[in-house]
Design a protein around this ligand. Sequence first.
Ligand code: COA
Length: 255
Amino acid sequence: MTDLIATSIDAAVLTLRFNRPDKKNAITGAMYAALAEALRAADSNPAVRVAVITGAGDAFTAGNDLKDFAEDPPKTADAPVFRFMDAMASFSKPVIAAVNGVAVGIGTTLLLHADAAYAVPSAKFSLPFVNLALVPEFASSQLLARFVGLRKAQDLLMTGSAFDAETALKLGLLNAVVPADQLAATVSTMALALAAKPPAALRATKALIRGDLAAIKATIGAEAQVFGERLRSPELQEAVSAFFSKRPPDFSKFN
Ligand code: COA
């Protein structure tokens, strides 16, 4: 088990915290594995009624660890990242995202699988997949449009442009933007309110709102296929090498 994911259970609320603040909580394979395991265990643990996902320090998460993308990409369908996606997409109890800072890539796409989301005013969101020579993941190619409409989903996924918390709120990705010193209390109030609901009715409500889980899983799988191919591309190597060299990428030689 890694200590880069901190877990605690208090008053029927499981809190999962990205705990790698020196790397802006970028997520490694070991962290995905820990998240997947914690969600799976919580799903069948009657002592947990609600899960909260948040980050340590000033970041929510900078998304997938870029070194992992370049050097140790997921190779099989049961790679930790896909186990995490499966566990979160199928999680039967409410999940609340407490976005305490920057939320890149999967930091933003996981909101599409959360049942409520709150963010601090300084939070920044982005889906930079195309800029990394990648494609959308975690069913965001389909689910983002459900939240923001097709035209805006195309814009966000094809430009990879970052947007702020107020924009995320207007787009319908957040329940509220709350001052940093009130984030924990706001999320806790919502978590405790949900934890007090009749649990089977709440699970059934969540399942009905989510809709066709098999279709969501199929989308995750189809995206993963293309994503895996993109991870092996020279375009990806250029994007990652540019990030770590702190220079703009140059895609002019590719066609
Ligand atoms: N993978 C690996 N390391 C990462 C990382 C990532 N996704 N995101 C940040 N880091 C590391 C940086 O390399 C840096 O490490 P160093 O201190 O050893 O140099 C450290 O975390 C701090 O990052 P830095 O870029 O200096 O912080 P910032 O506040 O200026 O910017 C971000 C924060 C998140 C906007 C920026 O780090 C970023 O764009 N990261 C990449 C996000 C990304 O593309 N993720 C993949 C999504 S699919």
